[in-house]
Design a protein. Sequence first.
Length: 321
Amino acid sequence: MTVRVTTGGRLHFGFQNLSLAHERLYGSLGLAVERPRLVVDCERAEGVRAEHPDAERLARRVVDLLDVPGARVSVRETLPPHAGLGSGTQFALAVLSGIARAYDREPRVRERAPPLGRGGRSGVGIATFREGGFVLDAGHPATRFTAERPRDGTWEVPPVLARHPVPDHWRFLLVVPDIGPGKSGSEEDADMRAVVERASPGIADEITAICARRVLPAVVEGDLATFGSGVAEVGRLNGAWYADAQGGVYRPPIGEVVRELESDPAIAGAGQSSWGPVVYGATDRDRAEAAREAGRRALSRVDVDGEVHVVAGRNEGARID
């Protein structure tokens, strides 16, 4: 039996708090998008068989975690790695779910994500894999922060505070500049820990107010203009925390792309997803083509090649067939 797992990427708009002066640390917000997507096929096998190197690495960890004889994993479609679309979490959970179902077991992704190294900061990727939609998570108790990265499996996935379907008429422009991947692995972890140790708590207070008074009401009421401007402001405030780590409020030359998009009437708000290089722009079904053209012009203005997509939100979890 072959089990196919299909999931989309996710946008990460930022964290609510990176300061140890507050009780909860991190607390992220983001949403699932239909494309680009990841598709993997999994089946029982003796030993691990996979042509894709990341699939092989993940399959070995999953086989050990589940204590099963082995698995064959074939990758049909992939998310761009380290681009700001949550590829690592989606890949890990897809391989976990596929192998578990191939052996007639429940994946239990919330429980098994930490041993696979996922959910140590943000819970958005895990929540969108399970249910899709817009997600705000509660983060972790600040008292559990350690100067060194904790061992995989020693944390719990942050609980979801709010989850709401993305309105059907909303669309998201994705501009993917060809400037190399964003931070990941030990480099990302070291930079994040350095940011936390010196982050201003005042920025967190501003972000919390924006989330409570603008972003959450807007997604419930379908108010794209308020939502777009709200998440863009969350991103800018997060960038103030990251400025030393990434060379500015946005990773260069992403700031120029963001400014170009925000000046276009087809875009309700723009920002950098996670460490980039993906730039998002909030728009709607009626302005999708105009938004796509705005993305192409923005890349042209900064003289950078790249891809431009307009995608819908995804309001369901990963599909497992």
